[in-house]
Design a binder for this molecule. Structure first.
Ligand code: CS2
Length: 458
C-alpha cells in the first residue's frame, strides 16, 4: 500500500501545510501534541482562513517523528476510537519538523523568528528539569547548557531564543503541571539569573497557564493497520485518541495568536480551577488505576476500571478525598465530571497500557496526588483513598525490577536492602525530591501508608 502524502489522498486535507507560514513553534512533538494542540490549531485555521499559524514542531530526542512525517508532507492522521466505529482525520497544521539534538541552533533560531509569536510545549513532567518549584541547577544537562553550548534542554532553548528576540513572545505550557505557566516562567527566570543575563524581552514575555485533556495512548501496529484500512494509504505517523478533547487557556498573550477559540479551545482569565480539577480528579485516578491495575496484572486502564473493586476505589478517591479539596470552576459539576472521567477510562477501544500511565511516578505524584494529601491533612481528615494511591505507587516501585522513571536510580538506591512495609514506606518517604518535610513528618500519612503497603504486598 502506498504512503500518505499530499498527492496521495482520496480527499484533500482541510489544510495544506504548504500554504501555511510558521507562526507557532512547538517543543515536544509527541503523539499528544499531534492529537491535541495541532488539531485545534488546524480547526482554527479552517474556521478563519488565516494561514499564518503553521507549526514548526521540535522533537527533543529522536528523529523518529521527522522521519515519519517528512515523506508524508507533514501530514498524519488522528485515529479516533470511541464507542462507535473508529474514524480518521488527516491533519495538516505541521509545517516543519526539527530534531533538536541534530540541529540545536535551528531550534533557537525558530524561537527567535519574529514571525513566531507563540511557543507551545508538551515535554512531559520530567522535561522541565525542576526540583521543587524551581529549576534543578544541579541537573547535568542544565549545567551543560549554562556553559554556553547550543542548548539541549527546553528551558535552555527558550532562554536562548528569548535572548535573540526584540518582540516579546508568549510561551504556553501544555503539560500536566500545577500552574504550568507561572511554573515555567520561574524555571526560565532561574536559568537566565544563573546565566547572569536576563533577556530584554523577558519581563514582557507571557507564560499563560493552560489545561489540556485528551487520552492519547501509544500507537500500536493495530492502530496503523486500522488507519490504513480507513484511509486507503499507509500512515506511519498516525496517532490514536479518544473523541474527547478539551483545552482551557489563560487569555494572557504578548502578541498575536491563532484563534484557538474557533478551534474549540476555551480562553479564560483563570485556568487554575480547571487545572486543579483535572489533575486531581482525572490524573490522580488514572495513576491509581495504573498502579493498582498493574499490580493485579491488568494490561490496560480499561481492564483495570472494569474490575468492580478498582472502579469503586476510583470513585471513592474522587468523592472522599479529592472533591472536598476543590472549588470547581463555574459550569463544572464535579459529580458529573468524575463519572465522565471513569466512562472515558473504560473505553475498550483504547488500549492505554497501565505501564504507560505508571511511568515517571516520581514527577507525577507531587503534581496529581500530593496536593490532595496535603489539603486533606490540613483539614484534619484521614486521607485514606489518596494515600492508597501513593501506597500503590510505592508497591509498584518495589515490585518492578526496572521502573521507568527519571529518578529510577534514586528510587532503587532508597530501596536497596530494605524489607517490610514500614521500612519501604520510610525509605521512599525519605526521597526529598518527591516528599516535602510536612508530608514526611505526618504520622497520619505514614501510618496509613504502612497499612496500605502491608495490605498490597501481602
Ligand atoms: C495520563 C495522562 O500518562 C498519564 O500520566 O494520566 O497522559 C492522561 O491520559 C492525560 O492527561 C489525559 O488528558
Amino acid at each position: 500500500m502506498s504512503r500518505l502524502s499530499l498527492t496521495n489522498l482520496p480527499v484533500a486535507p482541510a489544510v495544506d501545510p504548504r500554504q501555511l507560514s510558521v507562526g507557532v513553534v512547538h517543543l515536544g512533538l509527541g503523539a499528544f501534541h499531534r492529537a491535541h494542540q495541532a488539531v485545534v490549531t488546524e480547526r482554527a485555521a479552517v474556521a478563519t482562513g488565516d494561514t499564518r499559524w503553521g507549526i514548526a514542531g521540535v522533537s527533543q530526542r529522536s528523529a523518529t517523528v521527522r522521519d515519519q512525517l517528512a515523506p508524508q508532507d507533514g501530514l498524519y492522521a488522528v485515529l479516533e476510537r470511541g464507542l462507535g466505529d473508529p474514524s480518521v482525520q488527516v491533519i495538516g497544521s505541521i509545517r516543519d519538523v526539527l530534531t533538536a539534538p541534530e540541529d540545536p541552533e535551528e531550534v533557537v533560531a525558530r524561537i527567535a523568528d519574529p514571525a513566531v509569536s507563540v511557543v507551545t510545549l508538551t515535554v512531559t513532567e520530567k522535561g522541565y528539569r525542576a526540583r521543587g518549584d524551581g529549576l534543578d541547577l544541579d541537573d547535568p544537562e542544565i549545567r551543560a547548557d549554562l556553559t554556553g553550548r547550543p542548548p539541549r534542554t527546553v528551558v535552555g532553548q527558550l532562554a536562548a531564543g528569548l535572548a535573540r528576540r526584540v518582540e516579546p513572545l508568549t510561551i504556553v505550557s501544555c503539560d500536566n503541571l500545577v500552574a504550568n505557566g507561572p511554573f515555567l516562567r520561574r524555571l526560565v527566570a532561574d536559568y537566565v539569573e544563573a546565566l547572569g543575563k536576563v533577556p530584554e524581552v523577558f519581563e514582557a514575555t507571557r507564560f499563560p497557564a493552560s489545561m489540556v485533556d485528551r487520552i492519547v495512548p501509544a500507537t500500536t501496529g493495530a492502530d496503523r493497520d486500522e488507519a490504513a484500512r480507513l484511509l486507503g494509504v499507509r500512515d506511519e505517523a498516525v496517532v490514536v485518541a479518544e473523541p474527547f478533547l478539551q483545552w482551557v487557556i489563560e487569555d494572557d498573550f504578548a502578541g498575536e495568536r491563532p484563534a484557538w477559540e474557533q478551534g474549540g479551545a476555551v480562553l479564560t482569565p483563570d485556568v487554575a480551577p480547571w487545572e486543579r480539577a483535572k489533575l486531581r480528579m482525572l490524573n490522580a485516578t488514572h495513576s491509581m488505576l495504573a498502579y493498582l491495575g498493574a499490580l493485579r496484572g491488568y494490561e490496560t486502564i480499561a481492564e483495570a476500571v472494569r474490575d468492580d473493586e478498582l472502579a469503586a476505589l476510583a470513585r471513592a478517591l474522587m468523592t472522599e478525598d479529592v472533591v472536598p479539596t476543590l472549588s470547581p470552576p463555574d459550569g463544572l459539576d464535579l459529580t458529573e465530571y468524575g463519572a465522565t472521567v471513569l466512562e472515558r477510562f473504560a473505553n475498550p477501544a483504547l488500549k492505554h497500557r497501565t505501564t504507560q500511565v505508571a511511568m515517571d511516578g516520581s514527577v507525577k505524584l507531587p503534581v496529581r496526588m500530593l496536593g490532595t494529601v496535603r489539603d486533606r491533612l490540613a483539614a484534619g481528615a484521614e486521607p485514606r483513598v489518596i494515600t492508597l494511591a501513593v501506597a500503590a505507587w510505592m508497591t509498584y516501585v518495589l515490585k518492578t525490577p526496572t521502573v521507568d522513571d527519571p529518578q529510577s536510580g534514586r528510587l532503587e538506591a532508597a530501596l536497596a536492602g530494605v524489607s517490610g512495609a514500614a521500612a519501604v514506606v520510610d525509605a521512599l518517604l525519605g526521597v526529598e525530591s518527591i516528599f516535602t518535610p510536612d508530608l514526611r513528618e505526618s504520622p497520619v500519612f505514614r501510618d496509613l501508608l504502612v497499612e496500605h503497603v502491608n495490605a498490597l504486598t501481602a
